[in-house]
Design a protein around this ligand. Sequence first.
Ligand code: SF4
Length: 386
Amino acid sequence: MEKKILEIYVHIPFCERKCHYCDFLSFPANDDTINLYIKNLLSEIKEKSKFLTDYIVASIYIGGGTPSSIDFIHIGNIISTIYKFFNVSEACEITIEANPHSSIYDKLKSYYEFGINRISFGVQSANDNELQILNRLHNFNDFLLCFDNCIHIGFKNINVDIMKGIPLQTIDSYKNTLKKILKLNPKHLSIYDLIVEENTLFFNLKKENKLILPSEEEMEKIDNLTLELISYYNYKQYEISNYCKNGFICLHNLGYWSDIEYIGFGLNAASYLKNVRYKNISDLNTYLSMDFKILNSTNKNSYFDEINYLTKYELINEYFFLGMRKVNGISETEFFNKFNDTFLNFYSEKIKKYLDRKLIIHQNNRYLFSKRGMQISNQILSDLLL
Ligand code: SF4
């Protein structure tokens, strides 16, 4: 029987200190806690692999938190455990998220030797004052050194995360960031808007009117500048926030937007298998005390905080919402093959006004955002949910 494709996400929830915008599940921890966490994580990988023998792993993504903040030996053990218990494809894309502050040469070299073939740096800005505002641990020179080291070691596929909409960011300061990074020629860029989330310092400052964010007009100029510079430097946009050089699309992310199944290991990690979404336990002490050796198909529910059996409408909503994030949008044929129903049966009324305003385009049997539509896609997508 042909094996199905699976993506693996591994969550390392540890960070030395909290960035002012961050609402992810991440925190500092001592060595004992980290050692115990990794021990349980390896056990989770091993025990859950028994339920996933009919899959082949196409991508592995070690994210966080800050995976590069822990001892590199742990990363090696995670990768070798996955290889030992899963069927991993030869061309598997293996990514690790790294913070320039904690990515010293020897660590990066060991990642390369473990078979990691993609590094993702959370750089955010080339302006040290903006990095301080965000409470990042690194400065821009730390990143430049890491980038040089990666090239020297042999990494071909490097992603850089950049943030727009940072407090006090100006069009010129953003231009400075983007240009400096583009000149380094990384193969992949993720350019995100800062979102002020609840339970963050920025949220509290915003409530007190003490957070000075770029205006809407400035953000529109920043977005236009992004598209202009990105195409000047020969990058292609393939998703709302993601750009790459030819041949360097991130397979792992593309999988999320293309309805590929995935399993998440570690605290609070999400999985999507056979039309069911799972969320792992989010309480650290509960996770650390779990015994994965006694996990079986009867008691498996107690290993998750949430299990959501998706209805047909929810599956269609997700397929639409995630698929439209891609620059080439959604194929009517694929939609029909998956849901045994036509796309227009669900969306003809809703998308008409966006087709009329040319924010959504219908071409070659696909529905996709126009350039302007892509810029305001979040607004449109929330209006289009079933
Ligand atoms: S490094 Fe990432 S996960 Fe850690 S606090 Fe900062 S934004 Fe959050």
